[in-house]
Design a protein around this ligand. Structure first.
Ligand SMILES: C[S@@+](CC[C@H](N)C(=O)[O-])C[C@H]1O[C@@H](n2cnc3c(N)ncnc32)[C@H](O)[C@@H]1O
Length: 290
């Protein structure tokens, strides 16, 4: 892979330098899809167990690069999906993937800012929102509109999260710096994304939906892990560095940089990485008489 600089370059390079690849969010979402494939396929099994089959129409809210869209299209073989996102880059990426997967005729992309209203379409059998609701300005208002976009008896499945995955276990080189960076981000989020980590079950109920499943998705992958995990860790830690560099102390920043500098602690070349993250899955139904 072109971004695998060899450690023998020696000189200390910093993640923000122009030599380093700058991972777009779309690339991180695709890596996320690859690494969390197992737990996310279990999510689809849970949805199928609650859905009145066949699921024919799917609405993906904040679809990103289409991980959820494609997984659901492959699981529900008679379905068509509308993938909504506020980013044209994401939707172009999603469209390319759809063509690559042979699913282009089963997905329609729709560019829309959900904060301006959930698009009015024919009511769907299944709405899906993964990692997107906490971005919205007023998730309760949006959820009310989402509930109206589902047919009576249809489902809304959401996946929400509290933060980025962690890769370093206690005592491993860089673990303390990773932990401090996460702590700074958690403080930022109380201001930037107050809905993150909120009580989604209560929000769904306020939208008139009946929660039928609420469970954590626990990801705890121990080493040895495939090389793609190093790429994923590098991408995520590079983004985190960008957000916290100015506030980390010099020693922690140096340790964080050593995770990204091509040297022996670089996460791309290590064999001791974990992937640890927890998300929450909620599946709710629009009452048949509602
Ligand atoms: C963390 S990504 C999740 C993408 C995808 N659902 C997944 O699970 O891989 C969040 C997505 O929500 C989209 N998004 C955030 N705010 C939005 C808004 N107001 N309207 C539409 N899309 C939005 C972003 O563009 C991004 O693609």
């Amino acid at each position: 892979m072109s971004h695998h600089h060899h450690g023998a370059h020696g000189n200390h390079r910093h993640a923000g330098d122009s030599h380093e690849p700058n991972y777009a969010l779309s690339q991180i979402l695709d890596l996320d899809a690859e690494i969390l494939d197992g737990p996310m396929s279990a999510v689809r099994v849970d949805i199928a167990a609650l859905a009145d089959e066949p699921v024919r129409s799917i609405l993906d809210l904040g679809a990103g690069t289409g991980t959820g869209t494609f997984g659901l299209l492959q699981h529900f073989v008679a379905s068509h999906a509308v993938a909504v996102d506020g980013s044209t880059d994401m939707l172009e990426h999603l469209q390319r993937r759809a063509e690559h997967l042979g699913l282009a005729d089963r997905v329609t992309t729709l560019h829309a800012d959900l904060d301006e209203g959930v698009p009015e379409l024919d009511p769907v059998d299944l709405a899906w929102a993964s990692g997107s609701l906490h971005h919205l300005a007023d998730p309760d208002r949006s959820l009310g509109q989402v509930a109206a976009a589902i047919r009576p008896g249809g489902l809304l499945a959401i996946v929400e999260l509290n933060g980025h995955p962690r890769f370093l276990t206690d005592g491993a080189p860089g673990a303390a710096a990773e932990a401090k960076a996460h702590a700074l981000l958690a403080v930022d989020r109380t201001v930037d994304m107050p809905a993150m980590g909120s009580d989604w079950g209560a929000r769904l109920a306020r939208a008139g939906l009946v929660v039928e499943l609420d469970r954590p998705i626990v990801v705890d992958l121990p080493p040895p892990l495939p090389d793609v995990v190093g790429t994923y860790a590098f991408a995520i830690l590079t983004r985190i560095r960008g957000a916290v560099a100015e506030r980390l102390g010099a020693a922690d920043l140096d340790h964080l940089d050593q995770l990204l500098d091509g040297g022996p602690s670089d996460v791309r070349y290590r064999s001791d990485l974990y992937v640890r993250t927890e998300r929450q899955l909620l599946i709710a139904r629009r009452p048949a008489s509602g």
